[in-house]
Design a protein around this ligand. Structure first.
Ligand code: CP
Ligand code: NVA
Length: 319
């Protein structure tokens, strides 16, 4: 595994899980747990004891909607003493023809880090290539690495070390699944995908993950796939980048992969249920599971805040 090439000043980009060394990912998770513990019981916006982002400005760029990513980055940066600027792609010249590279060069003269949620993974890559400050991937059509960092942290809080655990993804082989695949070798969990063949994960991502040592398999029958799983995961059946006119077709194909109490029963009572949110009740998951005792979905959402503080510190060289 290659370490992410450093941006100027020894700082680093956080673009995808397969680009960061496994020991660094582990260090971020462990440190994020300490960061979370140090704040236990404090009001939300009370500053952290150390202020690693004091006098620093972070640009948060969104070309797609967001609740968790937007707010957790904003709150986390303020807790660390930094300031934020939340921008939509359309209000930048980026949306009106200025190149991504030139935008990155200009932003690098003003701000200390950039977090971007965009459609195309090429835009993210171009931004990182030209920026001289750290760039963080806040989701593309292809991957969502910050989410999986929060999910690993959540898994370990609930069930102990994730190494050797069996995680089963039921549904669409989308961007969130792709980051689970990219993190499998580094964190050492076994990953099963269960879903219709038409919505299989990107074969290039699977091949690259397996080449790094990830153990990933595909099982078509959902009940068989989840047997004895430590964690069952799903996500929306229609992602932000998907064609909305395909909704009914996708729903028909994905219905056998809905996470129901029957499916969780196959996994066993010790299995936990994860969802990155936003969720669509009675579509990819029933309310009974979503609100039930095995669900850890709001802990995942909270841990976005803590783990992204760890990621930012790592990017800025102050982990
Ligand atoms: N899980 C997640 O990234 O949520 P948002 O789209 O609300 O940021
Ligand atoms: N797969 C979803 C994740 C949202 C956080 C999407 O891309 O819309």
């Amino acid at each position: 595994m290659n370490d992410t090439p450093p941006a100027a000043g020894g700082s680093r980009h956080f673009l995808d899980l397969d680009l960061v060394d496994a020991t660094e990912l582990r260090r971020i998770i462990d440190r994020s747990g300490e960061i979370k513990a140090a704040r236990a019981g404090r009001p939300k916006l009370m500053p952290d004891d150390d202020q690693p982002l004091a006098n620093r400005m972070v640009a948060l760029i969104f070309e797609k909607p967001s609740t968790r990513t937007r707010i957790s980055f904003d709150v986390g940066i303020r807790q660390m003493g930094g300031a934020t600027m939340v921008l939509s792609g359309s209000e930048l010249q980026l949306g009106h023809g200025e190149s991504v590279g030139d935008t990155a060069r200009v932003l690098s003269r003003y701000v200390d880090a950039i977090m971007i949620r965009t459609f195309s993974p090429e835009v993210l890559a171009e931004m990182a290539e030209a920026a001289t400050v750290p760039v963080i991937n806040g989701l593309t059509d292809r991957t969502h690495p910050c989410q999986i960092m929060a999910d690993v942290m959540t898994y370990e809080e609930k069930k102990g070390p994730i190494r050797g655990a069996h995680l089963v993804w039921s549904g669409d082989g989308n961007n969130v699944f792709a980051s689970f695949a990219q993190g499998a070798a580094a964190f050492g969990y076994r990953l099963t995908f269960t879903g219709p063949e038409t919505l299989d994960p990107d074969p290039q991502i699977l091949a690259a993950a397996r080449a790094q040592g990830a153990e990933i398999d595909i099982v078509r029958d959902a009940a068989e796939a989840v047997k004895g799983a430590d964690c069952v995961i799903t996500d929306t059946w229609l992602s932000m980048h998907d064609d909305a006119t395909a909704r009914d077709r996708r729903h028909n194909q994905l219905k056998p992969y809905q996470v129901t109490s029957g499916l969780m029963h196959e996994a066993g009572e010790d299995a936990i249920f994860m969802h990155c949110l936003p969720a669509h009740r009675e579509e990819e998951v029933t309310s009974e599971v979503f609100d039930g005792p095995q669900s850890v979905v709001f802990d995942e959402a909270e841990n976005r805040l803590h783990v992204q503080k760890g990621i930012l510190r790592w990017c800025m060289g102050v982990l």
